[in-house]
Design a binder for this molecule. Structure first.
Ligand code: GTP
Ligand code: MG
Length: 296
């Protein structure tokens, strides 16, 4: 019995030790569906809400990750506070109301400003094209074109994925799978790139001394995070250089052989790739393996 208990305990400890702490910001214009989205995630995954920061923080467990998610307000006042969170984030989720065509230009400006911030540039971004249940919702390919996403992610060297979704409650559970799929992608990129991100995070934190951390959570996030798994300084510098020399990113469709102009409502990932034909999004069989080769 004692042996059994000891074995259970050591298994639990091992799981705890393996768990990686990741911080993600949920950002986007007001009314885009960020809070509804976080609630949907809370229903799907084991999570706890941190009351100390006015419920902005949700911590959830997904695979081997403990993910701290900050749901930041998208109104003008809320946007002023966003930069306070940039340095500690490993990745971002930008939520877009795909049906709000009138505010698409505003979203484009906000996204461009966000990615150009030196505390954000280079970090992966999941763009959730929300409210796909609405009739007039734009498809990912239109959104990519409208937001000039390819140019944007190349300029700022941020890996990006566009995932169409609907966050509203009354949709069936399986309809929320794109959200989890997108989160998994973000976590995988963060895992693969964590040393580069850590280097980046270190330099931006030290160079911007005025940046404030959200009360009570900044220290916890930074001390728990990837810093404990750092490599020696020389190695980190090398990885940092590698990040800056990244090749151009190209959008690829998740399904083989599909082209951008087919207007399918499926996710699009930006991957390191070679040049493509005009207007083409993927080249048949090459697509998936290219992404995997480059990322893993
Ligand atoms: N049809 C539809 N409505 C949605 C969807 N997601 C959110 N909404 C609605 O959009 C409105 C705004 O949602 P919120 O989650 O409060 O928006 P927010 O981005 O958190 O807004 P702020 O906190 O003000 O920045 C609510 O009325 C939601 O019910 C969706 O996928 N489809
Ligand atoms: Mg909200």
């Amino acid at each position: 019995m004692i042996r059994l208990l000891t074995s259970c305990w050591s298994q639990l400890t091992t799981t705890e030790q393996k768990r990686r702490n990741v911080t993600i910001l949920i950002i986007g214009l007001e009314n885009s569906g960020k809070t509804v989205l976080v609630k949907a995630i809370q229903r799907l995954l084991p999570s706890r809400i941190d009351k100390c920061v006015k419920s902005k923080l949700t911590t959830l467990l997904l695979d081997e990750y403990e993910v701290s998610i900050y749901d930041l307000n998208g109104d003008l006042k809320g946007r002023e506070t966003w930069p306070n969170y940039y340095a500690q984030a490993h990745g971002l989720v930008f939520v877009l109301d795909s049906s709000d065509l009138e505010r698409m230009h505003e979203a484009k400006i906000i996204l461009a400003r966000l990615l150009s911030d030196r505390r954000v540039a280079g970090k992966p971004i999941l763009l959730l094209a929300n409210k796909q249940d609405k009739k007039n919702a734009l498809l990912p390919c239109d959104i990519i074109q409208y937001l000039l996403l390819e140019r944007l992610v190349n300029e700022h060297k941020s890996l990006c994925r566009v995932e169409p979704c609907s966050a509203i409650k009354n949709l069936q559970r399986r309809k929320h799978q794109p959200i989890i799929k997108g989160l998994r992608w973000l976590l995988a990129v963060i895992r693969d790139k964590h040393e580069e991100l850590y280097t980046h995070q270190q330099s931006s934190t030290s160079s911007i001394s005025t940046s404030k951390h959200p009360r009570g959570c900044g220290e916890r996030c930074s001390s728990d995070s990837f810093s404990t798994r750092m490599r020696p300084r020389e190695k980190r510098q090398h990885l940092g250089q590698h990040l800056m020399e990244a090749k151009p990113l190209k959008p690829i469709l998740q399904k083989e052989g599909l082209r951008m102009r087919t207007k399918k409502n499926i996710s699009v990932t930006f991957a390191l790739d070679e040049s493509m034909e005009e207007g083409e999004c993927s080249r048949g069989n090459r697509t998936k393996s290219t992404a995997e080769l480059r990322y893993h």
